[in-house]
Design a protein around this ligand. Structure first.
Ligand code: PAZ
Length: 340
């Protein structure tokens, strides 16, 4: 796609798919955060995390979602913080968060880490050391104000936030890093093809175009025909190109590529790198993503990073990683830790 076509696709998307209600607040928070850290000479990284959803109705009852829990993004954010970055963590609402991820979305409740002692709630002895380690890092990030948490739910909210935050980061030049670990929908229902009300399970009660006030003459993208639900999605424009060429052209851009077919992973990561001309694509397979990834870059070509099999254990404190520090506690008991 040439640059005029790209600009027109971008302008069409953002004109026809309205911004999220909290966009202004997010922009204000991000602007203040970026300015403050730029003044202090800190590098700023935007980490995206979790999956975007695709609503099927305007008054949304049903939507399409994906598998992402936000483990990669939340874990990576901790490492960026440890390494002196200021982190804007743009995540899917209610997905994993840096630090609290050690105690949430788990088979165990956080209450299992507690006990009663002298009429007070205290952390159980066996979890003291690990929790102290996590707590200290969390407190440090809070004290230094180095973590800004923003959230999205839908694909459109995600893209609006990404675009506006990227533009705010543009003046940082190469000190801006984009680490795009979110699992972003490839297909969506455009606003002008979305029905207002809950899709009915039989045609008898289904809305027609006039009922929903739609005069475009387009068929709803999700509709019942007979007893079948027909979903006819449109492709989400490839905004990585807009990010690289327009929103933040001097920033360092790291994208992720997820596949399930091993024979496609490197091919598609290489294709993405060629297409978008950014710095690094990190490829991973759904089933092995927690312990192996492949880095594809124009400088180093293809480079695999693997957690050795004897370390593919469940880790508690989030410190077992090939690119992070060693686990000071040496204890691993919950929550799988990804390779990066
Ligand atoms: O969120 P998670 O830890 O469960 O999974 C991480 C991931 C697989 C979503 C991420 O590493 C990734 O590949 N993101 C890009 C996905 C894609 O759009 O291809």
């Amino acid at each position: 796609m040439d640059s005029a076509a790209l600009q027109s696709a971008e302008s069409h998307y953002f004109t026809n798919n309205p911004p999220p209600k909290d966009l202004k607040v997010n922009i204000t928070l991000a602007r203040e955060f970026i300015t403050r850290h730029a003044d202090q000479g800190r590098r700023v990284v935007l980490v995206t995390s979790g999956g975007t959803i695709v609503p099927l109705e305007t008054q949304m009852v049903r939507y399409i979602d994906n598998f992402s829990a936000g483990t990669r993004g939340a874990t990576s954010a901790e490492y960026f913080l440890q390494n002196g970055y200021a982190v804007i963590f743009l995540h899917r609402q209610f997905s994993l968060l840096p630090y609290s991820r050690h105690y949430s979305h788990n088979t165990r409740s956080f209450l299992d880490f507690m006990k009663e002692g002298d009429g007070r709630v205290v952390v159980d002895e066996q979890h003291q050391e690990e929790m102290m380690y996590v707590l200290r890092q969390y407190m440090e990030a809070k004290r230094n104000n180095t973590l800004l948490i923003l959230s999205f739910v839908t694909i459109t909210e995600y893209l609006w936030d990404l675009r506006e935050v990227a533009k705010l980061m543009r003046p940082l030049g190469p000190k801006a890093i984009f680490y795009l670990a979110a699992a972003v929908s490839d297909f969506f229902v455009p606003q002008d093809r979305m029905v207002e009300h809950k899709i009915q399970s039989s045609e008898e009660f289904a809305q027609n175009a006039e009922d929903s006030g739609d005069t475009s003459g387009k068929l709803p993208a999700a509709r019942t025909e007979g007893r079948s639900l027909i979903i006819d999605l449109e492709p989400v424009p490839k905004f990585l190109k807009s990010l690289v060429d327009g929103w933040a052209p001097e920033g360092m851009i790291v994208s992720f590529k997820l596949e399930t077919d091993p024979s496609l992973l490197v091919k598609k990561a290489t294709h993405s790198l060629k297409n978008y001309q950014h710095h690094l694509v990190i490829g991973n397979l759904l089933l092995t993503r927690k312990w192996e990834v492949v880095f594809v870059s124009s400088i180093d070509g293809e480079k695999w990073i693997r957690v050795p099999s004897n370390r593919r254990t469940k880790s508690f404190s989030g410190v077992e990683s090939l690119v992070g520090a060693a686990d000071p506690t040496g204890k691993k008991d919950a929550g799988e830790e990804p390779a990066i």
